[in-house]
Design a protein around this ligand. Structure first.
Ligand SMILES: [Zn+2]
Ligand SMILES: [Zn+2]
Length: 203
């Protein structure tokens, strides 16, 4: 991917993400690097699968949005899973070959990021999109312009052996509420197929 194309991916990713921040940029860079090393394109379908190690409830989770946008591995398509490690790292796997690569974000810039106007305001509880755009962009540019070896640790390609489950196709209406429900989630109650909330079952 050339510099203009990757910058466009970055700007689109930030728009999708909702604000401009260092962790989402780190995710975009990690995603672009993984595709380049595996020599694969962005996953329009489920050709790739990603495991992002972000976990839950911390300020670095924005990394996951950068990875989603850059790799096309998304929670919505179901070709991304979160691993509960609280890290800015991810593994991308090409499903057809099970070739995989892990990329992690290096903490080289964290002192400068921590001292920035953006992070000082985040520490005061100001929402990121309420921080002036120039202060958002300062950190975007810091992480985007850094040499790759300063911000990313790129592993060797390895085999990630897994039998990938096929998608279960098809939907049907719940016999009780009428709402469209994926077949695997319809439950039999007497003669009828109903959705989980209408069935009274837990799952
Ligand atoms: Zn963010
Ligand atoms: Zn129902």
């Amino acid at each position: 991917m050339n510099a203009i194309d990757s910058k466009q991916i970055l700007m689109e990713a930030l728009k999708f993400h909702g604000h401009r921040c260092w962790a989402s940029v780190a995710g975009v860079r990690a995603g672009i690097a993984a595709l380049r090393e595996l020599k694969v394109k962005r996953s329009g379908g489920r050709q790739l699968h990603a495991f992002v190690e972000i976990g839950e409830d911390h300020g670095g989770m924005c990394f996951g949005d950068g990875v989603q946008y850059a790799t096309g591995c998304t929670l919505g398509k179901g070709n991304m899973d979160k691993t509960p490690y609280g890290k800015l790292a991810m593994t991308v796997i090409e499903r057809a070959s099970n070739r995989a690569i892990r990329v992690s974000y290096k903490p080289t810039l964290q002192k400068r990021i921590g001292a920035s106007a953006f992070m000082v305001k985040r520490g005061q509880g100001i929402e990121p999109d309420d921080i002036p755009e120039a202060e958002q962009m300062e950190l975007v540019n810091l992480v985007w312009d850094a040499p790759e070896s300063d911000v990313l640790a790129i592993g060797e390609i390895f085999q990630f052996d897994r039998d990938w489950l096929p998608e279960i196709m098809g939907f049907g209406p719940c016999a009780a509420c009428g709402e469209l429900t994926a077949r695997a989630y319809l439950r039999a109650v007497g003669e009828k197929l109903v959705c989980i909330p209408c069935s009274g079952y837990e799952r």
